[in-house]
Design a protein around this ligand. Structure first.
Ligand SMILES: [Zn+2]
Ligand SMILES: [Zn+2]
Ligand SMILES: [Zn+2]
Length: 110
């Protein structure tokens, strides 16, 4: 199960009409703060995050979405629901690291 971490980066693009989804494991939690209490506002995500194979995917961990995602009352009061698309975009961080790693080795001439 993906755990929220300060390193996680939200997409923050202008949300479209697509509704954010959550998987079985992430169901019922606020997409911003992980709270399980007082879900308040339906999450809208940007078109890019709902494109092709991303459609219907959990916006927290990329799993198969089974329910709609919500912002909790707390985050709604703090207007965190207005910060843009809340899909986590750096789940593939290690892949980026691998790319740089490869590039580094590619330039290495013993
Ligand atoms: Zn929240
Ligand atoms: Zn997005
Ligand atoms: Zn999930």
């Amino acid at each position: 199960m993906a755990k929220h971490h300060p390193d996680l980066i939200f997409c923050r693009k202008q949300p479209g009409i697509a509704i954010g989804r959550l998987c079985e494991g992430c169901d019922g939690r606020c997409v911003i703060c992980d709270s399980y209490v007082k879900p308040k506002r339906l999450v809208k995500i940007c078109d890019e995050c709902n494109y092709g194979s991303y459609q219907g995917r959990c916006i927290v961990c990329g799993g198969i979405g089974i329910s709609d995602a919500y912002y909790c009352a707390e985050c709604t009061i703090q207007e965190k629901d207005r910060d843009g698309c809340p899909k986590i975009v750096n789940l593939g961080q290690s892949r980026t690291d691998l790319f740089y790693e490869r590039k580094k080795y590619g330039n290495y001439n013993p």
